[in-house]
Design a protein. Sequence first.
Length: 392
Amino acid sequence: MPSLIPRFNMDYRFRDLIYGMKAIFSGNHFDLKPLESLFGKKKFLFTNYGRSSLYLILRALNLPKGAKIGVPLYSCTVVFDAIVNAGLVPRFIDINIDTYTMDPMDLRDKIEDVSAVVVIHTFGHPADMDKIREIAKDVPIIEDCAHSLLSEYKGKKTGTLGDASFFSLAKYISAGDGGMIILNNGFKNFENSLNQEISSLDDPSNFKELAHSIFMYMYSFLYHRPWFGMFAFHMGSFVERKVDIARKRVFRVSKIGRSNLSVFLRKLKTFKEKVERQRRNSNMLLEELKDTNLKLPYERKNTWCNYFLFPILFESEDERDYVYKYLRKAGVDSAKLYSTTPYVAKKLYRYKGDCPNTEEFASRVMTLPNHYTLTKSELIKIANIIKKIMLK
C-alpha cells in the first residue's frame, strides 16, 4: 500500500541528520535562548529519554522506597516503568472522559495515599491544573508534557504549571530522542539532588550518537510514503505481534546526546508554525466530522491545544474496531492508543480496577492522522471515509 497514510508523523530529515552529526564534534555549548523565549528564565536539564527525566525527578524527591505516585491509568506504560525503576509504586488515578486527562475528583479520593502526582497533558490537551493543585496542596506535582509542547493553560505554557515537568523530544518535534526537565517551584534540596543525579550520568559516545542519528533518519525516511505502506508498516506489525506487551521495560539512563539537543533547539525556532498547521488540520477534521455521533476533541475554555494527536471516541468497542479496520483497507493507518494499558497495569503494576472511565475510554478511543504534512485533500479523504460509515 504505497499510498497508506501513516498514523503518526516522523519528521527527522536529512538536514537534521547533517546538523546533528556536526554537533557531535562541535563541543558542549548550546544556546538555550529559544527555550527561554518560550518558558522564561527556568532551570533546564536534559536526559536521553522522557522516561529517564521522570525517573530522575522521582529519585531527586528522595521519597521513601515503596511510596505511591499518583498517575493517570490512561498512559503509556513506560511512565509506570519509570516509577517502578525509581523504587516507587504507581497509584492509578482515573481520567475525565471529556478532557482525556486526570480526573481531579478521583485524585481527591486518593490523595491521602499519594506522595507525588504525575499529571499527563494527554493528546496535547492541558489538564485542569487549578483543581489538581488545590487538591494536591503540598504534594509535589510533576507535569508529563510528552504530548503538550507549546500547549497552554490559562495563558501559561504546559511545563511551567507544576513543581517540575518533563518533555520527550522524540515526539511531535522529532528531534531524534532526548528528554527535557524544567524546574519551576523547586523543593528544599530538590534542585541540588537533581543536579547530582544528572551529573553522575554518562555521556553517550560519539559512535553511539552517530549510529543513533543515522538510525533515526532511516526510521523517519521509511515512515513516509511510499515506503511506509510498502515496508515499514508490515515490519512494524510483525514486531508488534512478536513483542510481549505485558512486560516491564528496563531502560538505560544517560545524558542527552549533543546531536539530539542541537536538533531540538534548532527546530524549536520554527516549531510554532508547524503546530499552527496541525491545529488547522485538526479544525478541518472537527468541521468535517461534526455531524457524526463521534465524540470529538474540541479545545476547552482557557486552553490552547497543540493537537499533537486527534482522538475520536466511538459509542462502542465493536464500532471502533470496525472503523479501524475499514480505514486501514481504505489507505489510512490509525491507532488504538493505550488500549492495552489497563490489561498490562493489572498484570504488572497492581492495578485493582478502580478506574472505570479509563477502561471504558481505552476500549473506544482511536486517533486519526492530523499531521502538519497532510494536505487538505488527504484530510477530506480521511473524514469522508469515516462519514461513509458513521452516517449510514
